[in-house]
Each structure stands twice: as structure tokens, then as C-alpha cells.
Design a protein around this ligand. Structure first.
Ligand code: BG6
Length: 456
């Protein structure tokens, strides 16, 4: 039975949906200048949410959601990073007030992948502790301007990804060893920034709740061999525990520290950090989940250099799960039960309420007679929601479910061919057209699901 105060939501992020490049005093973000391969849309127009704001809020209201999970664009709020930008603040005031008028709770994330390019140019972004102060100042501006009406907040979206993806964070170091070292330093600085942000939040938004948004890792060993089981444990420490242990307990897992020390990659810290890290606990954890991960041990001499940085580790590598159905865009396989398994582990470890902040199916949808019959997405959402219901029936605390994404948007690096939306945005990678909105069959399915649950 879904509780009456359960949030049914839908999610987006600023750089993937807004567009409005160079408008309203927005500064230049890392995502505005990154290299985008030919034939793939960039984020300059994206879904043109910046110019379709009222229409999008109407669509949210018709959908019946009671929560909108979005992100503030750091460069819309702070221009080049050092001064508040009133026009940007006004834009988010319109968004927040528009949602509240329709009974939709705004749930912004402060940092969802983009950041001011100026901070990277000036002092190498997160590699420097200076970035911590800039981030805390930005967060403070957000709390001061929006905290009277916004009570649910996310800090950092998927620290795992944002520390590893050079085009998002500007870590273009060419020496592979040095690059890894810097990645871990950036991650430490981000964790410290998160904690300092929570400290400020407690003073300004006294009745609010805040927490990290993690890229939930449901790690299965490829076989029951002890080597693979240990590899899976190591992967959990490096892909998830190092972030959440830091957010909740203010310390890293032992095996993570040992490995970083062995490699000479342990970040530089200052004695006063410890207290800040230990205090300032979050209130909730945002869960982004698309699929589980199968892990195995690295074979002697095996080349892992082609893996993304977060998998490039001597203690584990990617395996294959033959039990899951894979699709073109969901290459790890579809695993609804993984959502339940992962949330259960997170709850047993951290004892905090959770909110599903992202969950969705990527597909290259197309229009047929003016409609989008995305039965595959309905099936995916239905199966994952069932696992949330199961989780709640067993007494675990889940605050809400907010699928990715409200509308089609630029994928983090694969443009508009890879779509997740409940609402189709009529554009292609090459041609933005008018970005006309067309609700998909999944939109109507979700609308019914929300209506029926509320009735029951
Ligand atoms: C999450 C991000 O990693 O996954 C989103 O928070 C992203 O920003 C989503 O869009 C899906 O990933 P992708 O790469 O398919 O866009």
C-alpha cells in the first residue's frame, strides 16, 4: 500500500533540458564548451525548457505528479561563478512558484554535472580547494533565495560520474597516473564541499531536508568464485561506499584508503576537515538506478585501459550477466529486482530514508500517426515501481519515485537518439525544430498509475 504522502515525481537536469545558452546572464558552463562529436546534439538548446517553462509546468500538472526533481544550473544562478545573477534567480523563482501553484513540490539538486568553466580555467576547478568555497557560496545563494519555499534538496548528483568524466569537470590531465590521483583529490574536495554546504543549509533552511543523489550500484559477482566475490566487494567500495560512507559517516572505507595509499593517490587533507566531515549528516539519499553491474576479478596482464575511469582499477573489472535482457541502450541488462536489492542494502547500512530520483528506459522512440507507443517503457516503469511497492510493504522508508525523465532531453553524452522521456520532444540531434511536446503512451500510463494509487 503506497502511503498518502508518497511523492510521485518526474526528473530532469538543467544542462540536459534547459537550453537558453547565453541568455538571461547565464555564464559559460563546462557542458557548454565540451567537445560534442558531430551529429550529436549539444546542450545549447537541449529541450528548450527555458522557453517552454509554462507549458512544461502545465504538462506536469496534467500528469498529476506531486514532485519535480530538477537541478539548478550553477552558471544560471552564479554567472561565471563569482556573482549571483538576478535574471537566473528570477527564472528559478518562476519555475518554483509555478510548480507550487500546481501543488508540485520542487526538489532541486545543486550540482548535476555542469559547473562554471571559469572556475576550471582560473584554478582547475575541483582539483583546488578554492572550488569548495565557490560551491558553498553558490549553495548559500540558492538557500537564501529559494529556501523559504523549497524544503527538499539534493547536493551532488552522481559523484562517481562527475569526478570521472573529464568533459564535465575539466580534468584534462594527460598523464594517466596523475589523472587518477587528481580524480580522487577532486572527489575528496567535493565531499568536503557537500559537508560544508549541509552546515550552511542547517542555518538557513532549518525545516528542510537535504542529501546526496547516488548512482546506486547493485554489484553482482560474475561467478561464485571467491576471487570474483572479493572483486565485487572491492567494486562496491570504489563505486558507491566511498561516496555514501563519506556523506553519512564522514570517512572512507578501509580498503579504498589502503588502495589509494598503495598507489600514492590518497588525497591531500587538512586536520580541520575531519570534524566537518564527521558532522553535518544528510537527511535522505537520492537513488538513481537504471541497471545492476556484474563484476569479476582482473586477469593477470589484462588491459583495462579502455574502461571508463571509475572501472579502471586493479581489483575489479566489468563482467557479464547472462541472466538479464539487454537492449541497444541498456547494454548491462534490465533488472527491476536490482532496485529492491540495492535499496535494501543502502537502508541496512545507512538507515536513512530514500527517494528514487532517477529510473528509466532509454529508447530511440519515434512518432507513429502523431503518437508514441512506448510499451517497452511502460513495462520497465511498471516492473520497477512494483519493486518500490514491495520495498515499502516490507516496511522500508521510501519517500517517493521520480522517473527519468519528465521529457526527452540530451543524454549525458549520446544526444537525442537516446530518449528517456514520458513526453516526446520533437527534435533531432541535427535539427532542433520547435521542440514540440507530445505526451507518450507512458505519460498516460503514469498519469493513471498516480490517479489510481491516490484513489486507493
Ligand atoms: C544519470 C544522470 O547518470 O543517468 C543523468 O544523472 C543521465 O544526467 C542518466 O542522463 C542517463 O544516462 P545517459 O548517459 O543515458 O544520459
Amino acid at each position: 500500500m503506497v502511503k498518502k504522502d508518497f511523492y510521485w515525481g518526474a526528473s530532469t537536469s538543467a544542462f540536459q533540458v534547459e537550453g537558453g545558452f547565453g541568455e538571461g546572464g547565464k555564464g559559460i558552463a563546462t557542458t557548454d564548451v565540451r567537445h560534442v562529436p558531430e551529429g550529436i546534439a549539444d546542450s545549447k538548446i537541449a529541450s528548450d525548457h527555458y522557453h517552454h517553462l509554462s507549458e512544461d509546468i502545465e504538462l506536469m500538472a496534467d500528469l498529476g505528479i506531486d514532485l519535480y526533481r530538477f537541478s539548478f544550473n550553477w552558471t544560471r544562478v552564479m554567472g561565471e561563478g563569482d556573482q549571483p545573477n538576478q535574471e537566473g534567480i528570477d527564472f528559478y523563482n518562476r519555475l518554483i512558484d509555478g510548480c507550487l501553484e500546481k501543488g508540485i513540490t520542487p526538489f532541486p539538486t545543486l550540482y548535476h554535472f555542469e559547473m562554471p568553466q571559469a572556475l576550471v580555467t582560473k584554478f582547475d576547478g575541483w582539483k583546488s580547494r578554492k572550488c569548495i568555497d565557490y560551491f558553498v557560496d553558490y549553495a548559500k545563494v540558492c538557500f537564501q533565495h529559494f529556501g523559504d519555499r523549497v524544503k527538499l534538496w539534493g547536493t551532488i548528483n552522481e559523484q562517481l560520474i562527475v569526478t570521472a568524466a573529464s568533459d564535465l569537470n575539466g580534468n584534462h590531465e594527460t598523464d594517466a597516473d596523475e589523472k587518477m590521483k587528481q580524480m580522487y583529490q577532486m572527489s575528496y574536495n567535493m565531499s568536503l564541499a557537500e559537508k560544508k554546504t549541509i552546515q550552511v543549509f542547517r542555518k538557513i533552511v532549518r525545516d528542510g531536508q537535504i542529501g546526496p543523489v547516488c548512482s546506486m550500484q547493485v554489484v553482482y559477482p560474475e561467478t561464485p568464485s571467491p576471487r570474483n566475490i572479493l572483486a565485487a566487494k572491492n567494486a562496491e567500495d570504489f563505486l558507491q561506499n566511498c561516496f555514501l560512507d563519506m556523506s553519512v559517516f564522514g570517512e572512507y572505507p578501509k580498503s579504498y584508503c589502503n588502495y589509494l595509499n598503495e598507489k600514492g593517490w590518497y588525497p591531500e587533507t587538512e586536520p580541520a576537515d575531519r570534524e566537518i566531515l564527521k558532522k553535518n549528516k544528510p537527511d535522505l539519499i537520492g537513488i538513481n538506478y537504471y541497471c545492476s553491474t556484474c563484476i569479476r576479478a582482473v586477469e593477470p596482464g589484462e588491459d583495462t585501459s579502455k574502461l571508463p575511469p571509475f572501472y579502471r582499477n586493479e581489483r575489479f573489472t566489468l563482467g557479464n550477466n547472462p541472466y538479464l535482457t539487454k537492449t541497444k541502450w541498456m547494454e548491462f541488462g534490465i533488472d527491476p529486482e536490482g532496485l529492491y536489492i540495492g535499496m535494501r542494502s543502502i537502508y541496512e547500512k545507512y538507515h536513512l530514508p530514500m527517494m528514487v530520483t532517477e529510473n528509466g528506459l532509454a529508447y530511440s522512440d519515434s512518432i507513429e500517426d502523431g503518437q508514441i507507443h512506448d510499451v517497452y517503457r511502460i513495462d520497465y516503469l511498471e516492473q520497477h515501481i512494483k519493486q518500490c511497492e514491495r520495498f515499502m510493504e516490507e516496511g522500508y522508508p521510501l519517500l517517493g519515485y521520480s522517473p527519468w525523465s519528465l521529457l526527452d532531453l540530451v543524454s549525458s553524452h549520446q544526444g537525442f537518439k537516446k530518449r528517456y522521456g514520458l513526453i516526446f520532444v520533437d527534435r533531432t540531434d541535427e535539427d532542433p525544430k520547435e521542440c514540440r511536446r507530445i505526451p507518450k503512451d507512458s505519460y498516460y500510463w503514469y498519469q493513471n498509475k498516480i490517479k489510481n494509487t491516490k484513489k486507493g
